[in-house]
Design a protein around this ligand. Structure first.
Ligand code: FAD
Length: 501
């Protein structure tokens, strides 16, 4: 009775509370000296308080706006009952990786964007709660209770261990398939491991959630570059279906003079050195990274924010983010921009590099920048940056990091002639079911040809052909759709017989 009264009172308070229960954070002056998590996480009382802000809509908008359709409403109910394990297991039914998505999902443009509480205040902190539950469970050694169907004798190969491949594997293993992930790198996780910095996504957490996959029976074969170490044809021979989730690991450059100079990094290389190769611990770790004092980072997305914040933590005194539009047009998440501002990252808005000048040793010395102004909107609806003639000036930097975007990993398609690509190098797929279009064999013909495995693709390798892409959760959503397609098709087939040799 007393408990019911307390709960009613907490609900009443929650309804009145217009803003999210604040997330405890590391102080900016302290955190720029370390790589530990910026967000410290809710405790139980904060999580309970925040769950009371949810008005438990009968027909919640948040659920369909989650690409993996987590039953957010039931999760909220369970948090509200203080049954954290139940809440965790509710998430895990649809997502085996909540500690990852709770940290990196752009909730503001998905579940939280449509939260009714956001109309007159801040939406419910769905992401904060997801992160809390995943951490709460991990700290107690609790793993997802996943039902795995008995083996059905059919084999699936997954190429790439990023979020797309992980999510496809999670669904297929539970349906009784034998699932093997082939990964080119020596560690599984894709961008989650090599790109996103430790202070946003600690790597032991990624490893823990990948272990969820392994514990269900998924085999992960590392150091295997499909196309070279093993060919597509070999995989086709042995498997009933193949999912390609090879991501977008090809960095773009601007093609300006001086990009070949030492000290010019792609964000991909810079972040891989700092994260995957642990270069921040050089010389204890074998990979070095230049200890720069003045750093220019070119770009305005999340990758640029990550590179700039890593540079600061590696000891830079001055980090300039050079962006050709204004803050309003920046594609980076608002939170990431404000965290970067708190960490004394400078922003050179309406500027772009036009050349990089080197010294006699072949190292970057100065970057020549030009000022821009905003003109008419372009195809993306954002106002087009226009050069202001004669506004060039030079600024000294020790390194420059290009973070202007990346394209699909081209190797597999290049080495496998029947994989069709768009002009941007993405694999051509059927956008509803994510089946790959092969040169000479359309998806329907594949279904009718039992010698050809079912081939699907998802994640960054398909770009936005199946809706907005470029996020961890979109890649995971693709993995789910592809798993459904593969299952629908394979249900109608006998397992492939091993080859005679
Ligand atoms: C620095 C950075 C920060 C980001 N921050 C965020 C964020 O905060 N939130 C968010 O939602 N998204 C973020 N993104 C985007 C997000 O990480 C990607 O959209 C997502 O990782 C795509 O998943 P994927 O599985 O398609 O590919 P990836 O994560 O790229 O994984 C692909 C994997 O395939 C492997 N591979 C490639 N070719 C082969 C081959 N031939 N054989 C075997 N293996 C192969 C690669 O080694 C890699 O491990 C960020 C991206 C970067 C680069």
């Amino acid at each position: 009775m007393e408990q019911d009264q307390d709960r009613a009172q907490a609900k009443k308070k929650g309804f009145k509370q217009k803003t999210k229960t604040p997330m405890p954070m590391q102080d900016p002056e302290v955190r720029i000296e370390n790589f530990s998590s910026v967000e410290l996480g809710y405790d139980e009382s904060m999580a309970f308080e925040e769950s009371n802000r949810c008005i438990q809509c009968k027909d919640p908008f948040c659920v369909p706006y989650c690409p993996v359709e987590i039953d957010i409403r039931s999760m909220m109910d369970a948090v509200n009952e203080k049954d954290y394990e139940k809440a965790y297991q509710i998430i895990c039914k649809d997502n085996l990786f909540p500690a990852i998505t709770g940290r990196v999902c752009p909730q503001e443009s998905q579940c939280e964007m449509v939260c009714i509480r956001g109309k007159k205040g801040e939406p419910v902190g769905i992401g904060f709660l997801e992160k809390f539950l995943a951490d709460w469970a991990r700290e107690r050694g609790i793993r997802p209770k996943a039902e795995v169907l008995p083996p059905n004798g059919k084999k699936i190969a997954i190429i790439g261990s990023g979020p797309a491949g992980m999510s496809a594997a999670a669904d297929l293993i539970r349906l009784g398939y034998a699932v093997t992930i082939y990964e080119a790198l020596h560690r599984a996780g894709g961008v989650l491991i090599y790109g996103i910095p430790e202070f946003r996504l600690p790597k032991h957490i990624v490893d823990f959630e990948i272990e969820n996959l392994r514990s269900l029976g998924v085999e992960i074969v590392l150091n295997t570059l499909v196309g070279r170490t093993i060919t597509m044809d070999e995989l086709i021979e042995e498997h009933d279906a193949i999912f390609i989730g090879t991501g977008a690991g090809l960095p773009y450059f601007m093609n300006i003079p001086g990009e070949q100079l030492s000290g010019v990094y792609s964000a991909n290389e810079y972040l891989t050195r700092a994260n995957l190769m642990n270069a921040r611990s050089f010389p204890e770790a074998p990979t070095p990274i230049h200890q720069a004092k003045r750093v220019a980072v070119v770009g305005g997305g999340n990758v640029a924010m990550d590179a700039a914040r890593v540079a600061k933590r590696l000891g830079a005194d001055e980090v300039d983010v050079v962006y050709r539009r204004t803050k309003k047009e920046m594609p980076a998440r608002a939170d990431e921009i404000s965290h970067a501002e708190e960490e004394h990252i400078n922003f050179l808005f309406l500027h772009a590099p036009v050349a990089i000048h080197g010294n006699e040793d072949g190292w970057i010395d100065e970057v020549e920048l030009i000022q821009m102004e905003l003109g008419e909107p372009d195809d993306s609806g954002r106002r087009r940056p226009v050069v202001i003639p004669g506004s060039n000036f030079r600024k000294k930097y020790d390194i420059l990091v290009m973070a202007i975007g990346q394209g699909p990993n081209p190797l597999l398609a290049r080495l496998t002639p029947y994989l069709k690509t768009t002009k941007w190098g993405q694999l051509v797929i059927d956008p509803d079911r994510l089946k790959i279009e092969l040169d000479g064999k359309q998806p329907d013909e594949q279904s009718a040809a039992p010698d050809i495995p079912i081939l699907c693709a998802g994640g960054d390798i398909i770009g936005s052909q199946a809706g907005p892409g470029g996020t961890v959760i979109a890649a995971m959503g693709h993995g789910k759709i592809a798993a459904r397609t593969i299952h629908e098709e394979l249900e109608k087939r006998e397992p492939k017989q091993p080859s005679a040799e």
